[in-house]
Design a protein around this ligand. Structure first.
Ligand SMILES: Nc1ncnc2c1ncn2[C@@H]1O[C@H](COP(=O)(O)OP(=O)(O)OP(=O)(O)O)[C@@H](O)[C@H]1O
Ligand SMILES: [Mg+2]
Length: 370
């Protein structure tokens, strides 16, 4: 009999797979009901569960009175404000009963104003990955209209407030950063009610383990599991996944702390999760190099500069050794990679360490905060 691995890493948690987050969900519920507040900001480190939370909000609050739209802003990184607005308009027309003469209005504000006379439903727009709108490099791009979206949306929120248009926005971002030279982004962020996504509580982590049937009988092991993942939902899934894959768990042998540690190391090193989560922030060449290093390590081939060059050539990418070395040096300097004396490159657990430091600093993880 083959047993399917119940731990899925990478996908946002939906339905019964979603655990915890009671406090923040209550705050969002209040925000939805409160007519005075228009904007809400969820700040959460990479892989802390932002998308899962947004999907949960969408699944919980969708009703005849409330229309919820979900937009991943990563998709619109090179788009103009007009493109984003027409996408929002297109979806509003699709889900609301809006007369043709209103749908034809070109100006977005005019359109909203007229539409609000016909539509009784409130609108909540969930903007995921909103940080891409506020990053320095995006602001500097010639298609800086994207960055201007934050500015536009701030002005729009003033307009909708003055005209009593029932439109609310919830932004998910991995940082709360104010730019001295981009007051528009700042204004939008400042206007928001804010909540931070903390590590999952112990009980939430145990529920994830229980769901996958990965039962730890020993309380010390449970605590160790929680310490290792520091309540990060992603690392919880990754460690559970690796443990499940390991033979000893499948054969029902007791899980010792040593095995737990071995699996954690395996999960962090072999799969390059640290790099995977910050993928979008790397240059195209860096992404390609990291991709090939992860392929080599999966095949248990030492990722030396030579092996990397061969793998790249086989994959159809021509580049010089010097060029590769330049990228490797940069990636190593930025701690995405480690190398040993033999110049074998490995993914580093930088992201994980960062998370641990963050969790210890921000919350008392033994305090069962969620
Ligand atoms: N509340 C939760 N319950 C169970 N699993 C969760 C929960 N939140 C997140 N996860 C798991 O953690 C991982 C990361 O979740 P998610 O993609 O929602 O994070 P994110 O903050 O949006 O990440 P990114 O910064 O990459 O956009 C996924 O594998 C998901 O299944
Ligand atoms: Mg996400």
């Amino acid at each position: 009999m083959t047993v399917q691995n119940p731990y899925v890493t990478g996908q946002p948690a939906r339905g019964d797979d979603f655990v915890g987050r009671v406090r923040i969900l209550n705050r969002v519920k209040k925000f939805i009901c409160d007519d005075k507040t228009q904007n809400f900001l969820v700040i959460g480190k990479r892989r802390s569960g932002k998308t899962s939370l947004l999907k949960k909000i969408q699944d919980t609050h969708r009703s005849d009175e409330l229309l919820i739209l979900y937009l991943n802003m990563q998709k619109y990184i090179a788009s103009s404000v007009e493109t984003i607005l027409s996408e929002i308009k297109r979806r509003l027309i699709r889900y609301c009963d809006i007369p043709q003469k209103v749908a034809e209005k070109q100006n977005f504000e005019d359109f909203l104003l007229s539409a609000s006379n016909y539509r009784l439903r409130k609108i909540l727009i969930l903007f995921d990955e909103f940080d891409v709108m506020c990053k320095r490099e995006n602001i500097d791009k010639t298609c800086a209209a994207t960055a201007n979206f934050a500015a536009y949306w701030y002005k729009l929120s003033l307009f909708t407030k003055n005209n009593k248009i029932p439109l609310k926005s919830l932004f998910a971002s991995s940082f709360y950063c104010l730019f001295s030279d981009s007051p528009s982004c700042n204004q939008l962020f400042k206007s928001c009610r804010k909540s931070t996504l903390h590590p999952l509580s112990k009980s939430a982590v145990y529920r994830i383990l229980d769901m996958g049937d990965l039962k730890f009988k020993n309380e010390n092991i449970l605590n160790e599991f929680f310490n290792l993942t520091a309540g990060n939902p992603f690392f919880t899934q990754v460690l559970s996944h690796t443990l499940f894959e390991s033979n000893s768990v499948r054969q029902g042998e007791p899980i010792g702390i040593r095995l737990l540690w071995q699996c954690m190391r395996k999960a962090l090193k072999a799969h390059g999760y640290g790099a995977a989560v910050i993928w979008g922030e790397l240059s195209e060449q860096e992404q390609i190099i990291l991709y090939y290093i992860s392929r080599l390590s999966r095949k248990k081939i030492d990722a030396t500069p030579d092996a990397i060059k061969n793998a790249l050539t086989k994959g159809g990418f021509t580049t010089t050794e010097c060029e590769i070395q330049k990228h490797l040096n940069k990636l190593e300097k930025e701690k995405f990679l480690n190398s040993d004396d033999l110049k074998i490159y490995l993914f580093s657990s930088n992201f994980f360490c960062e998370w641990i430091l963050y969790s210890i600093k921000k919350t008392d993880i033994s305090n069962n905060k969620c």
